[in-house]
Design a protein around this ligand. Structure first.
Ligand SMILES: C[S@@+](CC[C@H](N)C(=O)[O-])C[C@H]1O[C@@H](n2cnc3c(N)ncnc32)[C@H](O)[C@@H]1O
Length: 191
């Protein structure tokens, strides 16, 4: 199964409908559309991208499916997650999808960068509700992606596992440049 399909399966297994969720990298809009379908009419999706073209394509995909009213399009970097998503949604987010790298068919020089990705991941973990989760799809097959993937994996695997559960779906037999998926779930902690 491709990592993109695996990400969708992990998300659909964990959502019931009505949740607040985030697509941290809208791109061509496939993941945003998928999330909007999963949360249904009573849910909310925040969708981020730094590129106008990605925002335009995602919006048009949602309009075609007639579900754009449950999606808030955010033309800004995912480092600003916490500025855009406010209480009561902040701290109550059920799922955040990161599909790193560049826009397929677009300008490959506009890619996610390790520094901003790590900032966004730290903030994303704060915005999750207990039991909420992140999926992070890494692309080590290009120069920036190789370093970014290594740093992202180191960061996610270094999280306190009494608070988070990190699962790396990388196939140990696959070559080093094959995309891989990491899931991080925020544990339910009694307050
Ligand atoms: C691999 S694509 C995402 C694919 C998308 N999820 C889909 O379903 O089509 C990566 C996207 O991340 C965007 N991106 C790059 N840096 C970003 C940042 N700092 N904040 C948000 N999006 C960013 C790029 O513009 C690109 O559209």
């Amino acid at each position: 199964m491709k990592s993109t399909q695996l990400a969708h399966q992990l998300v659909s297994d964990r959502l019931e409908g009505g949740e607040v969720v985030v697509d941290a990298t809208a791109g061509n809009g496939h993941d945003t559309l998928f999330l909007a379908e999963q949360v249904g009419a009573t849910g909310v999706v925040y969708s981020f991208d730094v590129q106008k073209e990605a925002i335009r394509m995602t919006r048009s995909r949602l309009e075609e499916a007639q579900i754009s009213n449950r999606v808030i399009m955010c033309e800004t970097s995912h480092e600003n997650l916490d500025q855009v998503i406010r209480a009561p949604h902040w701290g109550n987010v059920s799922a955040i999808m990161f599909n790193l790298g560049y826009l397929p068919g677009g300008d490959h020089s506009i890619t996610t960068l390790k520094e901003t990705t790590l900032t966004a991941l730290r903030k994303a973990l704060e915005g999750l509700r207990n039991g909420g989760f992140l999926t992070v799809l890494c692309y080590p097959g290009h120069e920036e992606g190789l370093e970014e993937s290594a740093e992202v994996l180191t960061f996610l695997e270094s999280l306190d596992q009494s608070q988070f559960l990190t699962k790396n779906y990388r196939d140990a037999s696959a070559s080093d440049n094959v995309p891989f998926l990491v899931l991080v779930q925020k544990r339910h902690i009694e307050r």
